[in-house]
Design a binder for this molecule. Structure first.
Ligand SMILES: NC(=O)c1ccc[n+]([C@@H]2O[C@H](COP(=O)([O-])OP(=O)(O)OC[C@H]3O[C@@H](n4cnc5c(N)ncnc54)[C@H](OP(=O)(O)O)[C@@H]3O)[C@@H](O)[C@H]2O)c1
Length: 249
């Protein structure tokens, strides 16, 4: 299969490219680094020639609702429009477990993206996954008060990014299925512990106070809205194993 991978240079996207190639497919990478700005419909049209399936693992690094919504709306519309024109048979989007239970900020943008895919006229699958293990680093880097790093209270069930990529490759091969079963990590973790353990693994010894992040998203993290349901597919690699290997690099 010839597979267009939008965001194929990113954290999960790079692994989707590898997984696709390992399985004998041809990967066409759509990133600005590879010369394709997916916000530009003409550029996307040129890139999807002869493509059988598209995997959308694009991302914008922001918590701002408007910026995230504009980004996912523009890129998803461009991929779907070009997909219809090129006769793409399957559009696969990666979303996040709980976006409909916590439609705030970035999550609202992801929910709007799902709606576009559902009505976009290209046969589709949506795979939702929980946060990647690397979420601990994002929280450590992002939750700060001056020089102090903070550990937000929350419940998480982080999943290994390689397992997400392998699952996306399976979904592509299985053909359009609509919303597929959610993917999550093997066990629930405390976000506070994840952030502190990540910091310790980086050699940080200072105080990392526990905080409750304000707003709907912080509340959703604490009340378990972002945890998977009982029927979720569970990955095998634990946060602890991920952290152990991180320390060896
Ligand atoms: N992180 C998590 O915990 C998590 C959990 C569940 C689902 N997800 C979802 O997984 C997806 C991927 O996340 P990630 O963390 O792997 O992303 P990432 O590492 O930030 O990578 C983003 C990719 O998008 C590309 N990109 C950004 N803007 C672009 C543009 N205008 N045109 C073309 N390419 C563009 C980037 O390449 P260039 O910069 O070269 O353009 C890069 O390859 C997101 O949709 C996210 O919502 C994430």
């Amino acid at each position: 299969m010839r597979i267009g991978i939008a965001g194929g240079g990113g954290t999960v996207g790079g692994r989707v490219v590898e997984a696709a190639r390992r399985r004998g497919h041809e990967a066409v990478i759509l990133t600005r680094g590879a010369g394709v700005d997916v916000r530009d419909p003409a550029a996307v049209r040129g890139a999807l020639d002869g493509v059988d399936a598209v995997v959308d693992v694009l991302n914008i690094n922001t918590l701002n609702t408007r910026r995230a919504t504009e980004f996912f709306a523009a890129t998803t519309a461009a991929l779907l429009e070009a997909g219809r024109a090129a006769g793409v048979g399957h559009h696969v989007a990666l979303s996040i477990v709980g976006v409909d239970r916590a439609p705030y900020g970035y999550y609202a943008a992801k929910l709007a993206q799902e709606r576009l895919v559902e009505s976009g006229g290209v046969p589709w699958s949506i795979q939702r996954a929980t946060q990647f293990h690397d979420f601990a680093r994002q929280m450590y880097d992002g939750a700060r008060l001056g020089p102090l790093h903070l550990a937000p209270r929350g419940r998480a069930q982080p999943v290994d990014v390689q397992e997400v990529a392998d699952r996306l490759a399976e979904v592509v091969e299985s053909g359009p299925q609509g919303r597929v079963t959610d993917l999550a990590g093997p066990r629930e973790e405390s976000l506070v512990r994840m952030v502190r353990d990540y910091a310790r693994a980086q050699g940080v010894r200072g105080w990392i106070p526990e905080v409750s992040l304000p707003g709907g998203l912080g509340r959703a993290q604490r009340d378990g809205s972002l945890l998977p349901g009982r029927d979720a597919i569970l990955g095998r690699r634990t946060f602890e194993a991920w952290l152990g290997e991180l320390g060896q690099h």
